[in-house]
Ligand binder design. Structure first.
Ligand SMILES: *Cc1c(COP(=O)(O)O)cnc(C)c1O
Length: 371
C-alpha cells in the first residue's frame, strides 16, 4: 500500500467529465483572457467566501503583492508577518516597498501570536498579515481588536485555508483584504498557477482590478501603471467545477484528520495539532511535532508513506532575511522547524489510508519502546 502526499490524478478521475466539458467550452468560445468563465468563477467564489468582490489574478503571490499595493500604505511601513509561513507572505511586503517584522507563532495552532505581534508594534507599523497556516484560522477577533487599537490594516493570507471557518464564517471575509492561491496542490487548485484577491470595499476592489490589469478599466484608458496578473479562462472554468466539490473534499480531509487525532492521541512522543474552539479547520496540512522527525520521516518513507515539511526553515533563519537579524530571537517558530512533519492528508485518501499511516507511526514509536 502506498499513501501519497498529494494525488491530483485521483481527483481528476472523480470529476473528469465535468472538467472536460468545462475546458471544451472555454476553448470553443476562445474565452482565454477575461470573459464569462472568469466572471462566473469570481462571482461564485466571492459568494462562497461571503464577500461582494473577488478579483482573479495570476497566482497567490501576486495576489498578496497586489493587495499590499492596493492598500496604499506609506512606503517603508512596518508589516507584522508570522515567522512560520511560506516566503510569499513576507516577499509581498518587501516587494511592495515595506519592512517585514517577523512575529512568533502560537504554540497551539501555529498562527501569528497576538501577544508577540503587539510587542513589536511601533509608530511605523501599518498592517498585520494574518496567515491561516495549515488551514487553521487565526484568532480574528483578537487581530481585529489589535488592528483597531493601533489603526492597522489586516491582510488575510488564505492560501492554505479555502473553506476554513472562524466562528462559523469562512476566512477571507474578516480582513480589509484577503488573498487566495489556486496553486494545484492547495485545497482548491487550478491546473497551473492561479490566485485571487477578495474584499468587501468597492473602491479597493476597483483599485485591485486595475493594478492587476495595467492600471485600466477600459481597453486603453490607463490611469496609472499597473501590471499584468490575471487568472485565465481555462483555470477559472476548472476552478468553478472544483468549487462545487470543495466542501465534500474538505469533509474528507477532516475525516482523515479525525482518524489521526483518535489513533495517535496516546503517543507521548508526538504533539498533535490542536483545533481552537472557534475553528473549522480545513486541514490543508496535518502537522505533528516529533523530536525524532527525520527518523520518523525516513521510517514512513520506507513504508511508501509520503510526508512533507512545512517549513524546514523558519523565515527569519533564511539567508533572504539575514538582514533583519531575527534568526537568533528566542521564538517558538525558530525552534519548531526541526520538529514538524506534515502527514499525508487530502481528498485522495480513504479511511484505511489514514489508519495505515497511524499504525506505521505507532510501530515507529513502539519499536523505540522495545529498545
Ligand atoms: C502557496 C502559498 C502562497 C503563494 O501562492 P502561489 O499561488 O504559489 O504564488 C502564499 N502564502 C501561503 C501561506 C501559501 O501557502
Amino acid at each position: 500500500m502506498m499513501v501519497k502526499f498529494l494525488d491530483l490524478k485521483c481527483q481528476f478521475d472523480e470529476i473528469e467529465e465535468e472538467l472536460r466539458e468545462a475546458i471544451d467550452s472555454v476553448i470553443l468560445q476562445s474565452a482565454f483572457i477575461k470573459g464569462p468563465f472568469l466572471k462566473k468563477f469570481e462571482e461564485n467564489f466571492a459568494s462562497y467566501i461571503g464577500v461582494p468582490f473577488c478579483i482573479g489574478v495570476g497566482n497567490g503571490t501576486d495576489a498578496l503583492e497586489i493587495a499590499m499595493e492596493a492598500l496604499n500604505l506609506p512606503s517603508g511601513s512596518e508589516i507584522l508577518v508570522p515567522a512560520l509561513t511560506f516566503i510569499a507572505s513576507s516577499e509581498a511586503v518587501t516587494r511592495s516597498g515595506h519592512k517585514v517584522v517577523f512575529c512568533d507563532i502560537d504554540r497551539g495552532d501555529y498562527t501569528i501570536s497576538i501577544e508577540d505581534a503587539r510587542r513589536r508594534i511601533t509608530d511605523k507599523t501599518k498592517a498585520i498579515m494574518a496567515v491561516h497556516l495549515y488551514g487553521h484560522p487565526c484568532n480574528m477577533d483578537a487581530i481585529s481588536e489589535l488592528a483597531h487599537e493601533f489603526d492597522l490594516k489586516v491582510i488575510e493570507d488564505c492560501a492554505q485555508a479555502h473553506g476554513s471557518e472562524y466562528k462559523g464564517k469562512r476566512v477571507g471575509g474578516f480582513g480589509d483584504v484577503a488573498t487566495f492561491s489556486f496553486f494545484p496542490g492547495k485545497n482548491l487548485g487550478a491546473y497551473g498557477d492561479g490566485g485571487c484577491v477578495v474584499c468587501r470595499e468597492e473602491n479597493l476592489a476597483t483599485k485591485t482590478r486595475m493594478i492587476a490589469n495595467h492600471g485600466r478599466i477600459g481597453k486603453y484608458d490607463h490611469e496609472f501603471e499597473g501590471r499584468n496578473s490575471r487568472l485565465d479562462g481555462l483555470q477559472a472554468a476548472i476552478l468553478d467545477v472544483k468549487l462545487r466539490h470543495l466542501d465534500d473534499w474538505i469533509e474528507r480531509r477532516i475525516a482523515v484528520a479525525d482518524v489521526y487525532l483518535s489513533e495517535l492521541h496516546d503517543i507521548e512522543q508526538i504533539v498533535l495539532p490542536t483545533r481552537k474552539n472557534w475553528a473549522k479547520q480545513a486541514y490543508h496540512l496535518f502537522v505533528i511535532q516529533s523530536p525524532k522527525r527525520d527518523e520518523l520521516r525516513e521510517f514512513l518513507g520506507k513504508r511508501d508513506i509520503q510526508t512533507g515539511i512545512h517549513y524546514p526553515v523558519a523565515l527569519p533563519k533564511l539567508s533572504a532575511y539575514a538582514y533583519l537579524d531575527q534568526s537568533h530571537e528566542n521564538m517558538f517558530a525558530n525552534e519548531i522547524d526541526a520538529r514538524i512533519l506534515s502527514l499525508p492528508i487530502g481528498d485522495h485518501m480513504v479511511m484505511e489510508d489514514a489508519v495505515f499511516v497511524a499504525e506505521a507511526i505507532r510501530n515507529f514509536f513502539g519499536d523505540r519502546h522495545c529498545q
